[in-house]
Design a protein around this ligand. Structure first.
Ligand code: KE4
Length: 441
């Protein structure tokens, strides 16, 4: 077979080739890694299928270790907004790597990417790169506590902000009460300073400040919830969070690891016109290489070492090759590209809704830009408690029926579908046709 422009074998239309290589690799992975994976969601645990091992991607498609190609809606959980193996970031990585990998000193490429981020998100007056979104969030929380001298952090039920201890916390015994460990290994002490309340509920936030007054350092929110499936903020909700935090001397942190450069070039803060004090980023800004960033008001960022007393560091923070991939990616994310992705996502939403109606299936579809979720429940959820009532078994069956037709959806009802610039009407048509058959099955 001839190879494509980037050296990848062109993809047969969803040809399913049963093979042994993937099964063997899966066994080895299980002998090496807990659950056979290096991140839990990759184990396909909630959809009852053996996990895929993916060894290549090209545009909107990925290839498993047996050579089967799929139209991909995981997109590396967000970073692959241009599609896989886009020549521009690939070339940027190649030419940067030829000059060596990392030097333990500031590289000009950090300045390149830092400028692009600040130009797109002016609220990030100064920023700091890390190697993951988790690190960015952990650092932003430490900064919020250090800069305000306050201890309590508020997060929302269903909000996911990486695996830092302060955020692996479940709601306390009563509304707005102090949190309980949400994972083994998280101590009561770590959970005690986190309060968990429902998303999209203005009263709950008001009660937090009535109860905890001037002890709240920050409220951290995914401005578009995307780890419970996609749940948009109710009209006026983000504005309310901005107002109530400001009037209580607490900081507002937008966790834009998913929404940054996704729902608009300037992220959710641009799309909704609400300016946080601090923002965390990841995923797209690295173009698929390990990266995170946090930043915001200059009077806050000057508390970060070595200028101030909030310590944070990282051997490979601002890695030159990740910076190069990120800058090359952001340079291609023009207004036209966002408009095109928005149109493609709208086409998919319409098609899926029609396919479900034709089959008499009760589903709810939520979408913000190129983030989309098909919930197996009759109405769009407004928070985690409602999203959690979705029919997970139905989603698992749907996932399997789509996979068998060469469509790879996120392996969880509570993850977003990620569309990118390389998804065209051809992929949408194929996806909707597969959905029609899956709903009918
Ligand atoms: P990382 O440490 O995984 O780079 O970023 C953590 C993070 C922080 N904030 C938000 C809003 C996030 O969605 C994430 C990570 N997202 C998940 C997908 N929902 C990553 C996938 C995974 O855990 O394997």
């Amino acid at each position: 077979m001839s190879t494509g422009s980037t050296g990848h074998v062109p993809h047969p239309a969803g040809g399913q080739v049963a093979g042994g290589r993937q099964a063997l690799l899966r066994q080895e992975a299980e002998s090496l890694f807990p659950g056979g994976v290096n991140s839990p969601v990759r184990a396909f645990g909630s959809v009852g299928r053996p996990p895929l091992l993916i060894d290549a991607g090209e545009g909107p498609r990925v290839r498993d270790a047996d050579g089967n190609w799929y139209i991909d809606y995981i997109a590396s959980w967000g970073p692959a907004i241009l599609g896989h193996a886009h020549p521009a970031p690939v070339e940027a990585v190649r030419e940067t790597a030829l000059r060596g990998f990392a030097f333990g000193a500031t590289s000009p490429l950090e300045v390149e990417l830092g400028n692009r981020i600040r130009n797109a998100m002016p609220s990030m007056e100064r920023l700091r790169f890390t190697s993951s979104g988790t690190e960015a969030v952990m650092s932003a929380l430490r900064l919020a506590r250090g800069a305000t001298g306050r201890d309590i952090i508020v997060k929302f039920a269903g909000g996911y902000h990486g695996h830092g201890d302060s955020l692996l916390v479940d709601a306390g015994s009563g509304l707005a009460t102090l949190g309980l460990p949400g994972s083994e290994g998280v101590t009561g002490g770590a959970a005690r300073d986190t309060v968990v309340v429902p998303y999209n509920d203005p009263t709950a936030i008001a009660q937090v400040f009535e109860r905890h007054e001037d002890r709240v350092a920050a409220v951290i929110v995914e401005p578009v919830a995307a780890n419970v499936g996609v749940i948009p903020p109710q009209p006026g909700y983000l504005e309310w969070l901005r107002e109530v935090t400001a009037s209580n001397g607490a900081l507002l942190i937008f966790d834009e690891v998913i929404t940054g450069f996704r729902v608009a070039r300037g992220g959710a803060q641009a799309r909704y016109g609400v300016t946080p004090d601090l923002t965390t980023l990841g995923k797209i800004i690295g173009g698929g290489l390990p990266v995170g960033a946090y930043g915001g008001r200059n009077d806050l960022m000057r508390h970060v070492a070595p200028e101030g007393g909030v310590y944070q560091a990282g051997t490979l923070s601002g890695h030159p090759i990740a910076m190069a991939a990120g800058a090359a990616t952001l340079d291609l994310l023009t207004e036209d590209v966002y408009l095109a992705i928005e149109e493609t996502a709208a086409e998919l939403e319409t098609g899926l809704r029609y396919a479900a109606q034709q089959a008499g299936r009760e589903v709810a579809i939520t979408r913000v830009g190129s983030l989309l979720t098909l919930f197996f429940r009759p109405t769009p959820p407004r928070n985690w408690a409602e999203a959690g009532t979705s029919d997970r078994a139905a989603y698992a069956r749907f996932f399997g029926a789509m996979l068998d037709q060469g469509i790879l959806l996120p392996p969880s009802q509570f993850e977003a579908w990620f569309l990118g610039a390389s998804h065209t009407s051809a992929e949408i048509t194929a996806t909707v046709a597969a959905a029609r058959r899956a709903f009918a099955a």
